[in-house]
Ligand binder design. Structure first.
Ligand SMILES: Nc1nc2c(ncn2[C@@H]2O[C@H](COP(=O)(O)OP(=O)(O)OP(=O)(O)O)[C@@H](O)[C@H]2O)c(=O)[nH]1
Length: 307
């Protein structure tokens, strides 16, 4: 991606609407920061109820990202996609390239990069899907060829978008961040036990409104109570009639991922939250460096001992 950068006019960085802090990838800041950037918070439909409180939170996120422009998207909302196209069109006006304006979309796995590319192309040119999408991370495996998303104007070439594979953050500073990413589907479901992800979801549902899972159980802090009720209701049973907790947990999580069990943001969004997050990442970066140094030293010492 870095190799391509010289020929890119605009980097479109996707982050998940539900994790505006945790889905920020410092690798992008470090490596792609020199190019003009548009930040798109994807899957707005899964995190927003379009209330005044949602609008206020979006304003804070915009402030965090300034001077870069941030936008919020939902692939099914032609308006949000049109806003991105308008921004791209305005950016393309300044381009002097003979080959058209070149954009590159980057972001975490499963954040919705390929879906955004398809939506931009469809709304702008009425064309069908150009990139493969899927509800598990890792569907896009290599940098794609550029796909036209805007016709040229006044004798100029149009705008082209290049899809890229998802890039996971280099290190996750704490267990809760990892759980948020897993809950939003940025991590393969085989990596963290589904019951753990479901338990973390239950924690958030209880913070929001316990009636969100009332079709399965009474309010509880015990995930196994919910999962057993769900398993019995849906016949997810193993031999001997025991509840299949794993499959029920996946079902419970999928229901939330599909927007059918409340729409809310997992990160705490406040004026100070970004500074605090950066401080944590910096501290972690420092200790990562120390840890690497210590490991190297240990290796050296054991080599001396072996000799
Ligand atoms: N509800 C909703 N779902 C979305 C939106 N954008 C993408 N999705 C879904 O999110 C899942 C992942 O989308 P992709 O476009 O494949 O994600 P990606 O970032 O290209 O994924 P990788 O191949 O892992 O890099 C798919 O199931 C999409 O249908 C959105 O705006 N709203």
């Amino acid at each position: 991606m870095k190799g391509l950068l010289a020929s890119i006019d605009l980097v479109v960085e996707c982050r998940d609407y539900r994790t505006p802090l945790v889905s920020r990838n410092p690798l992008f800041e470090q490596n792609l920061g020199e190019r003009p950037r548009l930040i798109v918070y994807t899957k707005q439909d899964l995190g927003s109820n379009f209330t005044a409180a949602d609008k206020r939170r979006e304003e804070i996120v915009r402030k965090w990202d300034a001077p870069a422009t941030s936008m919020f998207s939902d692939i099914k909302s032609r308006n949000t996609i049109r806003n991105i196209l308008d921004f791209t069109r305005a950016h393309a006006k300044d381009s002097t390239s003979l080959f058209g304006t070149r954009l590159m979309v980057v972001g975490m796995p499963n954040v919705g990069k390929s879906s955004l590319l398809n939506a931009l192309r469809n709304v702008s040119l009425g064309k069908k899907k150009a990139a493969q999408t899927g509800n598990q991370p890792g569907v896009t495996r290599k940098i794609g060829t550029s796909v036209k998303i805007l016709e040229g104007e006044n004798g100029k070439e149009g705008a082209y978008l290049i899809d890229t594979p998802g890039v996971f953050i280099p290190y996750v500073p704490d267990a809760e961040s990892m759980l948020k990413l897993a809950l939003c589907g940025n991590v393969k479901d085989t990596i963290i036990p589904p019951t753990t992800i479901a338990d973390y979801l239950l924690f958030h549902l209880n913070l929001q409104d316990p009636t969100l899972y009332s079709s399965y159980s009474e309010p509880t802090n015990d995930i196994f109570v919910v999962l057993e009720a769900l398993a019995r209701k849906q016949g997810r049973l193993k031999k001997g009639g025991l509840p299949d907790f794993e499959s029920s947990a996946l079902q419970f999580v999928q229901k939330w991922r599909g927007g059918h069990m409340g729409k809310f943001v997992l990160d705490n969004v406040s004026e100070e939250a970004l500074t605090e997050r950066m401080r944590t990442l910096e501290l972690m970066g420092g200790s990562m460096h120390q840890a690497k140094k210590a490991a190297k030293q240990l290796k050296k010492e054991s080599y001396v001992l072996d000799a």
